[in-house]
Ligand binder design. Structure first.
Ligand SMILES: *Cc1c(COP(=O)(O)O)cnc(C)c1O
Length: 381
């Protein structure tokens, strides 16, 4: 087996697909210390700049003082502490949804929810560009797993019309993590209603950013008992964890059946305490979203007349599509040498290699200008 793995790693190298980790020795911010260098950071998901916010730090410290470090057990045994409960209630109240359930990560939430709701004889209809955690969840659920071309409503309707499954669920990312574009949620909900399906919305990249911070359902003005909504707390919220909101019966079912909430130790209460603080900051500080929007506009305007191919994204995720993995790696390396960190995203994460530029409220206008100048210098115009 070792020989096989060694050969596999050599093949990854040859295809420019080998991944390596960099060690960051500073908090998340517009500038990171990496391998002794200070780099401008355009690859994180800390869209609002809360990952190192002083109020969240204080909340964690107070949480540790009050509840210690470890939660001691799973939620159903004795690990469900007051901050976990408060977080679920604060979140459901802010979004105006009936009930919510916390998970330790978004990945675990997707696995837990889909497998608890769907099984053999059911069918999941999933966008081709959905996050890997949703795809894994669908496979694990043993439901019939049908994927439709990205944002192709006609293809989805075709699949729904042909389905004889007992229970149907449409699963999408609200904002696509590697493309930055949005799912047409109103049209998807209309299809869910027409074909008696559930609509599962993974809002990892919309929560905190869209809809005054309340995310994609608020952005589109959607309410329906068919909706199951996932917000993750590791991106714009700057913490860790995830919350699922839906009708009370759905949440009660998940409390009883979602393995990734049941058979795992609850996240530290201090983390939930920080998440509560983050929700309050996100609700109160609209200027963070305004700053982010200004940076998005600045980047798009700055590359509009260039040879770079931006995707049609209005979100904090602004990918630049390149010809192949080698070019993506080379551009990323050249930016790195200029003190700028942009991740090269390659297959199998995406079908077409790209630089995934992400923007944050922590950036300054001059930071975005520095990125633009470096990109334009590299393309030669
Ligand atoms: C990041 C992400 C997840 C996973 O969330 P974690 O909390 O990081 O585990 C799920 N879905 C999408 C679309 C994501 O981008």
């Amino acid at each position: 087996m070792l020989d096989e793995l060694e050969a596999g790693l050599i093949a990854l190298d040859a295809g420019h697909l080998r991944r390596r980790r960099r060690v960051v020795s500073s908090p998340q911010a517009a500038r990171l210390e990496v391998d002794g260098k200070h780099l401008l950071n355009f690859c994180g998901n800390d869209y609002l700049g809360l990952a190192n916010d002083v109020r969240l730090r204080v909340a964690v410290q107070a949480g540790v003082e009050a509840y210690g470090v470890g939660s001691g057990a799973s939620h159903l045994v004795c690990g469900h502490q007051l901050p976990h409960e408060q977080l679920e209630q604060q979140f459901a109240a802010w979004l105006g949804l009936p009930a919510a359930l916390g998970f330790a990560t978004g990945y675990m939430a997707n696995l837990g929810v889909i497998t608890a709701l769907m099984g053999r004889g059911d069918a999941v209809f999933a966008d081709k560009l959905n996050h890997a955690s949703l795809n894994d969840a669908c496979v694990l659920s043993r439901a019939d797993f049908r994927r439709f071309a990205h944002n192709d409503l006609a293809a989805l309707e075709h699949l729904l019309a042909a389905s004889t499954a007992r229970r149907k669920l449409i699963a999408v990312d609200a904002v696509y993590s590697m493309d930055g574009d949005m799912a047409p949620l109103p049209a998807l909900l209309a299809l869910a209603e027409r074909y008696d399906a559930w609509l599962y919305v993974d809002d990892a990249h919309g929560f905190g950013v869209l809809g005054g911070g309340r995310g994609s359902l608020a952005h589109w003005g959607l309410r329906s008992p068919r909706l199951i909504y996932l917000a993750t707390l590791g991106k714009a919220a700057g913490v860790a964890g995830a919350l699922v909101a839906a009708e009370t019966a759905v949440i009660e079912w998940l409390i009883n059946k979602a393995h990734t909430a049941i058979y795992t130790t609850a996240a530290p209460a201090a983390i939930a305490q920080a998440a509560c603080a983050s929700l309050s900051v996100m609700a109160a500080e609209g200027w963070r979203r305004e700053r982010l929007q200004a940076h998005i506009a600045q980047l798009r305007e700055g590359l509009r007349a260039s040879r770079y191919a931006l995707l049609p994204s209005e979100s904090a995720i602004q990918p630049i599509v390149v010809s192949n993995s080698e070019q993506a790696l080379r551009l990323s390396q050249q930016l790195w040498e200029r003190g700028i960190w942009v991740a090269a995203i390659r297959p199998p994460t995406v079908a077409t290699a790209r630089l995934r530029v992400t923007l944050s409220a922590t950036h300054e206008t001059t930071d975005v200008a520095a990125l633009l100048a470096a990109l334009l210098e590299l393309v030669g115009n």
